[in-house]
Unconditional design. Structure first.
Length: 488
């Protein structure tokens, strides 16, 4: 029987909860907004509190006999052609850790593209998995990493035949995509699963002109952030599973190990509503977003000093396999300024927030939530930026290493270095020492330094000059990077 995608089980259960006028003597303690601070209610509105009910014993009964969440997850799986789907309310940072733990355990090997998000590295620290790093495809001219290719994973498996599986990030925050089908074939040829961190790909299943998504390409587990490119609330994430290499119940058990016992029904409702929205109208909605993005990209390209990275920039031999145009990555180096300075000026002087920011680029994420009014504001702000750029020079230079210099040697397991004896040393004395912490330019959140890697002068110089230019480093113990935490 065909699934009825006009239904939204979580949303309908919330309506029923209010209709029945149930009186709860359970958490949450605000009791349907009655106990919330007046000032908080004025800012957030009572609708937030009215939707914030206990998932079990509130939205559903004590024994979950209404199967509210299960039915919502089944509909999501059907909408994207997965065999099983699980909702999480702790973001894809949790989902990707659960996926890793479902494939490998302590001291077992997992092949991982080195352009992985910091959440993956946190998963290594938590789990004790031994990473086998697979080199991204480096664009030395643009100082940018694209996902590894299938042959890169094949070589890594040949060198490490005991690896339990592989993990690849696709799309990247820049919109670059891997050849997932070919990578899945490499993994399945060895009888091991492929995990795809597809946090930036919630929209991919819903329009044929977008890159292929993980489940259609044969991946075994796919992690997706619905809040990034979809309509979900922050922290709304799902992971999908198919095939017989990863038992669904095992994946759920690993998720339960890490996840909260107090999930947010508000986030569940956002996931449920997104699925219904896309199942019913996804092709039309995504088609409109693609048309709008094409217009915006063309208009930005007409602004002197700005260049929008496109398929010709990102795809080709030795580069990415495919390309998502919605992230809209803008190279501002033609203005003689850094992405950091451009983003700060846009926020301070035009009230426009950019997402991805690096030493030469800013990212204007276009989604189905945009229209010509919002993009008109963006284009006007970018024109003003270009006109003002001479006043923003000289911008502090960032000393970006070559691809060869950027890669550090992994000499200890991330878990061992992170939890082992450590000390803080002046950054001038850190080269040659083994890092005991992560150091991650954010966004996009891809660590430059991992626990267990041997620090080098070029990478330390990159981070110090980046910090002076406006780079954000949220995770080192010393955010000014005067000192670095290293293993004793």
């Amino acid at each position: 029987m065909a699934a009825d995608h006009t239904r939204a089980p979580v949303l309908q259960a919330l309506v029923d909860y209010r209709r029945r006028g149930r009186l709860s003597f359970t958490p949450p303690g605000h009791k349907q907004a009655r106990g919330a601070d007046r000032a908080v209610r004025e800012v957030l509105g009572d609708a937030v509190f009215l939707g914030d009910v206990l998932a079990t014993g509130g939205l559903d009964d004590r024994l979950t006999r209404g199967q509210v969440l299960q039915r919502a997850e089944e509909l999501m799986a059907d909408a994207v052609h997965a065999e099983h789907t699980f909702f999480t309310t702790c973001g894809s940072s949790l989902s990707v850790k659960a996926a890793m733990l479902a494939v490998a355990g302590p001291h077992e090997k997992l092949l991982i593209g080195r352009d992985a998000h910091k959440a993956v590295v946190s998963g290594l620290v938590v789990s004790g998995i031994e990473p086998v790093w697979v080199e991204p495809r480096w664009d030395a001219e643009r100082h940018l990493a694209h996902p590894p290719a299938a042959e890169d994973f094949a070589r890594a498996f040949a060198a490490h035949p005991d690896a339990k599986g592989a993990l690849v990030t696709s799309p990247t925050p820049y919109g670059a995509c891997a050849d997932l089908r070919a990578i899945a074939e490499v993994c399945h040829g060895r009888g091991v699963p492929l995990i795809v961190d597809e946090a930036w790909g919630a929209h991919l299943p819903f329009h044929p002109d977008l890159p292929s998504w993980a489940m259609d390409a044969g991946a075994d587990i796919c992690v997706t952030s619905i809040h990034k490119m979809g309509s979900g609330l922050e922290q709304g994430s799902v992971f999908h599973v198919q095939g017989d290499l990863v038992p669904p119940q095992l994946l759920k058990n690993r998720s339960d190990l890490l996840g909260t016992t107090s999930p947010s029904v508000l986030i569940y409702a956002g996931l449920d509503g997104w699925r219904r929205q896309m199942a019913l109208h996804g092709r039309e909605i995504m088609g409109g977003a693609l048309e709008l993005a094409a217009e915006v990209r063309g208009a930005i390209e007409d602004i002197e000093g700005l260049h929008v990275n496109d398929r010709d920039d990102f795809c080709g031999p030795g580069l990415a396999d495919d390309f998502d145009p919605l992230p809209t990555i803008i190279d501002v180096s033609g203005l003689g300024i850094t992405g950091y300075r451009a983003a700060d000026w846009l926020r301070e002087h035009r009230e426009v927030e950019m997402h991805l920011v690096d030493h030469r680029r800013i990212g204007a994420q276009i989604t189905h939530g945009d229209d010509r009014e919002t993009t008109g504001v963006l284009l006007a702000a970018l024109k003003d930026l270009a006109a003002t750029a001479p006043e923003l020079r000289p911008a502090p230079a960032v000393d970006v290493p070559s691809p060869q210099e950027l890669r550090l040697e992994q000499v200890r397991l991330p878990r061992d270095a992170f939890f082992g004896p450590a000390e803080d040393v002046p950054v001038a004395e850190a080269a040659g020492r083994i890092a005991a912490e992560m150091i991650t330019p954010y966004p996009p959140g891809i660590p430059a330094v991992l626990p267990g890697e041997r620090l080098t002068e070029p990478v330390l110089r990159y981070l110090r000059t980046g910090l002076a230019a406006g780079m954000f480093l949220p995770d080192p113990g010393d955010p000014e990077l005067e000192t670095v935490r290293v293993a004793k």
